[in-house]
Design a protein around this ligand. Structure first.
Ligand SMILES: Nc1nc2c(c(=O)[nH]1)N[C@H]1C(S)=C(S)[C@@H](COP(=O)(O)OP(=O)(O)OC[C@H]3O[C@@H](n4cnc5c(=O)[nH]c(N)nc54)[C@H](O)[C@@H]3O)O[C@H]1N2
Ligand SMILES: Nc1nc2c(c(=O)[nH]1)N[C@H]1C(S)=C(S)[C@@H](COP(=O)(O)OP(=O)(O)OC[C@H]3O[C@@H](n4cnc5c(=O)[nH]c(N)nc54)[C@H](O)[C@@H]3O)O[C@H]1N2
Ligand code: SF4
Ligand SMILES: [Mo]
Length: 729
């Protein structure tokens, strides 16, 4: 027991009676890593609460985290592996037997087709375990397979690539905490807990937002829906989905025309300013207002408010990052921030301590644009991997396309491609075409239905962890560590153990940043954490000993630029100029060259409070009887179709159709349908829509539109038509 746990145990009268044991941990249902006290009786979690004296979260948790006792007690949770019988049904097996079979099958596949035929995909569930991605990556390195995929290449890959074209700022951009103004473009952290760097993070978002507003911070929100975040906005621009590049180009034009940029900064660090001005010239206020369906005055006021700063950034979320031209949008946002000089200056203290990763310099200087390190080539659409990962947008085609390098085995680690991946038809075909599909998941999902083996994982409170995602986003030098707070319930394995067991059976190693563990005796999770976060700025022993405190001594100070630092930002590279010109040409209905006449609505994504992608509806405390992923529409549009709340509608894109259950909502812009993703099941039709919802991913495909830089398949602002379905049942 740690000293903090001892204090809690002492304070909790239940402990004195020997009824419950209170332990400290943090929630890993989503990335936000909210600290939690959990009451445990006989290895059962009976209650969870936020930690009131935590300096960052101050007791904050959300409804999903508070459902952890439900998740852990769920009788349907998988507590042992399953193996598919020849007749297609599943039988329970032991993890040793399952891993032996899988190891043998992988050996055969590698010997027959080569290591590239073995792929893995780590999804959002796997991502919440700090060692799952490092283990999968190490497994691929060990066996020499490039076919390593994660949901990072579905979830906003434009962000990782933007700096390669524009250049970057070594000391980073302004943070939310000391912003005078912030512009939130298509994210909604009060529900999603997600925000770009410089935005409102999921660490106690409502309280922080109220504080910042009280301190005078101004907020501009750009979203086709009046979101929970927009409720705090000084100006909410209810944009036509997919038109963000037009609005941002227009805002840059206003800044340049009115001379609002940071002249000194631009002079010193920017090249191509004339080319930038020329590229945005066509995006006059009139064009912007008409294309984005906004009031011209509102756009002008918002642009001036943001430009006045003096500190604060604009940042995007999945809305614009899933829509068409996402790399272009990301480039424009960063150009806007950069010409306004919203970077950290010499002597500034950085907000975050970046404690779990090796220390890198933070000097007040530009980082030259450079093409991303060339990863291996995909066989599809001329795309490449970057940062050691292959683009998930090509995974299904890599399975289905014959020839050398074809993927034959797939390990899905905490993901649900059957309902999350674009082009559901293609995804289901690919899953069925594999010679081996292994799914690591604690429940039977639409993807697991196709598996040869389902491996039951430890659930979060059964494993040690560090907050590896929030490490970049905490608004102070803060970290957290948790040991496992309950014992494993069943024949379950941590994701890294699955990869260790397989590598060991294949005679391979797991080369983590801190080297491979012994492959004959399985190490413990703490050793794997140490090897994954090797060289961290705060040594892991210190991380383990200093829980939930703000380490002011770890504040990073921005250092002066190197003498003669000569790198400059390039805001107007040729491919950017060409794509922006295309956006102008393609007009308000452009969609990657696909003819969208007859598809007047735009379907956009959103997150729902009580679910995390496909997870949640299976739990009694989160399931809302009869409510799945409603098709939220403006009441005027609902009336015009002759519909009322609860009617069924058919939503048709150039690719496919789904059914939706209409829910009028006056926070939605007219002409827009707002729906959450990753609902539905493994069927391509939606008779059960009222029980399980329907997957919006069926509506999009690699044939319709994809991003020219990242290859991401456009999955929001989807052109659709919508019509009432006359129900006979
Ligand atoms: N049309 C459209 N499509 C989208 C999006 C969109 O906005 N619009 N959003 C996209 C985005 S951002 C993403 S990230 C993807 C999501 O795609 P995925 O990450 O593939 O989908 P999830 O439903 O999050 O799958 C997570 C799975 O992990 C399991 N799980 C939870 N905890 C654990 C654990 O501890 N261990 C293991 N092994 N499993 C666990 C859950 O049961 C669940 O089945 O969907 C994308 N698809
Ligand atoms: N409760 C909950 N939390 C989650 C998840 C969940 O499913 N539920 N999923 C997790 C995952 S995987 C991720 S990636 C993050 C995502 O986190 P966020 O990016 O914050 O996701 P959303 O809340 O969907 O916010 C996207 C917003 O973009 C708007 N939008 C849609 N299209 C456009 C457009 O073309 N332009 C503009 N300007 N706005 C647009 C939508 O109306 C919506 O309000 O959330 C994570 N957190
Ligand atoms: S915001 Fe995320 S980490 Fe925090 S309680 Fe909710 S699900 Fe858990
Ligand atoms: Mo995501």
């Amino acid at each position: 027991m740690t000293s903090t746990e001892a204090r809690i145990a002492d304070q909790n009268p239940a402990n004195k009676l020997g009824e419950a044991d209170t332990r400290l941990t943090f929630c890993r249902v989503c990335h936000a890593s909210c600290p939690m006290e959990v009451d445990v009786v006989d290895n059962r979690v009976v209650a969870v609460r936020g930690v009131m004296d935590d300096p960052l979260f101050e007791g904050y948790t959300c409804i999903k985290g508070r459902a952890i006792p439900d998740q852990m007690a769920d009788p349907n949770r998988l507590r042992a592996p399953l193996r598919r019988r020849p007749d297609g049904t599943f039988e329970q097996t032991s993890s040793g037997a399952a891993l032996d079979d899988i190891g043998t099958e992988l050996r055969r596949i590698i010997d027959t087709y080569g290591p590239r035929a073995v792929a893995s995909y780590t999804g959002t569930g796997g991502y919440q375990n700090s060692v799952a991605v490092p283990a999968a990556r190490a497994f691929h390195q060990g066996i020499g397979s490039q076919s390593f995929y994660t949901s990072v290449t579905i979830d906003q890959p434009a962000k990782g690539l933007a700096g390669f074209r524009l250049g970057g700022w070594e000391a980073g951009y302004n943070s939310f905490t000391d912003s005078d103004v912030h512009m939130a473009i298509g994210y909604n952290s009060p529900v999603s807990s997600y925000a770009p760097i410089g935005g409102l993070q999921g660490t106690n978002p409502f309280v922080v937002m109220r504080q910042r507003k009280a301190e005078g911070m101004k907020l501009v929100v750009i979203d086709p829906r009046r979101t929970e975040l927009a409720g705090f906005a000084d100006i909410h621009l209810q944009i036509r989905p997919g038109q963000d590049p037009v609005l941002l180009a227009g805002m840059i034009r206003i800044v340049l025309e009115e001379g609002l940029q940071d002249h000194e900064f631009c002079e010193r660090w920017m090249s191509q300013m004339a080319e930038l001005a020329a590229a945005v010239e066509p995006f006059t206020l009139e064009v912007v207002a008409q294309r984005c369906q906004l009031d011209a005055d509102d756009v002008l006021v918002a642009a001036r408010l943001f430009a006045a700063g003096p500190r604060g950034t604009a940042g995007t979320g999945t809305g614009p990052n899933m829509a068409a031209h996402s790399s272009l949008t990301e480039h424009l946002v960063m150009v806007l921030n950069t010409i306004l000089g919203r970077v950290n200056r010499q002597g500034d203290l950085l907000e975050n301590g970046l404690l779990l990763y090796p220390e890198v310099p933070h000097r007040a200087q530009a980082v030259a644009p450079r093409p991303p390190a060339e990863g291996p080539r995909a066989r599809i659409r001329n795309l490449r991997g970057y940062r050691g990962e292959m683009p998930a947008a090509t995974l299904c085609e890599e399975i289905l396309t014959p020839g050398d390098g074809r993927i034959r085995a797939l390990i899905v680690s905490g993901g649900n491609p059957a309902v999350a991946f674009p082009n559901q038809q293609l995804t289901l075909d690919a899953l069925q075409d594999l010679e081996l599909l292994v799914v690591i998941d604690y429940r039977m999902t639409a993807t697991a239905e196709f598996a040869d083996y389902v491996i039951a994982p430890t659930v979060p409170l059964e494993r040690a962890d560090v907050p590896h995602l929030m490490d970049r986003w905490f608004r102070a030098p803060y970290t957290n560590y948790t040991e496992a707070v309950v014992e494993r319930d069943g024949d379950v394995l941590n994701e890294w153990e699955v990869f260790w067991e397989l590598a060991s059976r294949l005679g391979s190693t797991l080369p983590f940043p801190g080297g491979s563990p012994d492959m004959t005796t399985r190490p413990d999770t703490d050793e794997i954490i140490d090897r994954s976060y090797f060289g961290s700025r705060m040594p892991l022993d210190e991380v383990r000993a200093n829980l939930r405190t703000v380490h002011m001594d770890k504040k990073l100070t921005v250092q002066p630029a190197e003498e003669g630092a000569g790198a400059k930002f390039t805001p107007a590279p040729d491919d950017f100029v060409a794509e922006l010109a295309n956006v102008f040409e393609e007009g308000p209905d452009g969609f990657g060259g696909t003819d969208v006449a007859g598809y007047p609505f735009r379907l956009v994504s959103r997150r729902l409070k009580h679910v995390l992608n496909s997870t949640g509806p299976e739990l009694p405390s989160l399931a809302r009887k009869g409510i799945t992923n409603p098709a939220y529409m403006h009441p005027g549009d609902v009336d015009e179709m002759g519909c009322v709340a609860g009617d069924l509608v058919e939503i048709t894109s150039p690719q496919a159709s789904i059914w939706g259950v209409v829910q009028p909502s006056d926070d939605i812009k007219r002409g827009v349908i707002s729906m959450a993703h990753s609902w539905g099941g493994s069927s391509l039709s939606d008779e059960k829509v009222r029980d399980i919802g329907s997957p919006t991913s069926r509506l999009v495909s690699e044939h319709a539109a994809h991003d020219p830089v990242t290859g991401m398949i456009v999955s929001s602002a989807i052109p659709v038509s919508v019509a009432k379905v006359s129900e006979t049942v």
